[in-house]
Write a protein that binds this ligand. Sequence first.
Ligand code: NAD
Length: 493
Amino acid sequence: MEAKKMYIDGQWSEGSSGKTFDVINPANGEVFAKVFESSLDDTRKAIAAAKKSFYVTREWRDMDSQTRGDFLLKIADAIEAAKDEFAMLDTLDNGKPLREAEGDIDDGIHTFRYYAGLIKAPYGGVYDVNEGFGKMHSYTVHEPVGVCAQITPWNYPFLMAVWKLAPAMAAGNSIVFKPSSKTPLSTVKLFEIFDQVGMPAGSVNLVQGPGSAVGNELGENKDVDMVTFTGSTRVGQGLMRAAASNVKKIGLELGGKSPNVIFADADIDGAVEWAMIGIFFNQGEVCSAGSRIIIEESIKDEFVKKLAAKANAMTIGNPVNNPDMGPLISEAHMNKVLSYIESGKEEGALLVCGGERYTEGECAKGYFVRPTIFDNCTSDMKIVKEEIFGPVVTIQTFKTQEEAIALANDTDYGLAGAVFTSDLTRAMTVIKEIRAGITWINCYNPTFNEAPWGGYKMSGIGRELGIHGLEEYQEVKQININLTPGVVGWYEN
Ligand code: NAD
């Protein structure tokens, strides 16, 4: 099995140690690919290459925005031509159903095209300023930040990479990118395309390996001007500390424990289906998952009955064959999810359905967990407080709108949330009170390239996508021009 290489300074490399790591198919536990692991030395070489590209050769940074945009369009076209291969790679190493992976690739293609256009939009402002020092003209320009390190998780391997790479590249930065070592393959393929379209040497670099070594250096190294990270809150906190080394700019997209609030006047069948999308899409391995259903007491029993019937009817199997749910990412993660389920039972929550590993037929050796619903939950339970990152949802009830809002906000996280009701005034009031960055009314999970994505509270700092996503990768410079050059007369002598 030929191992996949890293990409540093425009060259494919086996790295200084020649060490490789395995990539495992979670549907059957088998190793199906190997990847060369970057050492500290390789990571430093990648950072040095990005630094040289940004500060010395400057080809990407100084390229006019039209030509840079054309590169992004060529990249989008090349991804589109290889769409099936990309989707299969994400399905094989992540375990997501193929049709969901195909959706991710489509979204990624559009993200490149969106930023190819957006980079040509007008930027900056002209400011009418006071004349204390004479007549001045004041305006702003946006400039790339410099060397950007980007680190992504395993749950949306291709899409999380594109959400970071496309805007950072559009803005003219040089990049060192590190995907999760569990799902590195679609990123390798993406860098093959960067190579094919002729991205200037050093402008995009790919390092591989576990976060503790490679990722930490990306946070600590003083030649990195910015670090953006999508992953767990715990690692994000560590990166924030590391980034203090040279006061790097930082972007953090972290975990969540998002409320899905359902009122008695909602369309129940619609709410049931959206709740399923909210918690069981991508096996529940979604940062914005609606993992806490908070429902008006009078309809709870009917809702839970309908939700459980649908959850029990979900197909589970090899993700290549498009079941409703594939396996979880790894054996360790499956065990973590199962241990949360045990803790739910121990703490007195009522297990309505699921609650166990699924090993039927072809699933015998994979890391599958049945869709799980816990009723009678309270805010102090571990399963209600902590991000499980699997197909497990908790049910809590409320009697008043105030109670619903209080329960929704009773969390350290603030990534997402939803409200289901047919009362427009209530919908607008409740959604405004939910302390989260991404919210939905009468739906759950739709995401758009044009709109900003990011969290409040411990769910992160900054925004991806939309115009905000581009501005994250830009510095803003104020330029003031004296329109009456000469002596000001401030000092008497
Ligand atoms: P993780 O934090 O374990 O790993 C994320 C990335 O960080 C990986 O590439 C990993 O190798 C790297 N890493 C690990 N230790 C590191 C260190 N010390 N220094 C630097 N990098 C390090 O997260 P995960 O398990 O891959 O992903 C799941 C988490 O991601 C969940 O908490 C989920 O909510 C979050 N997530 C958030 C969003 C969002 O948009 N807010 C999107 C997707 C996933």
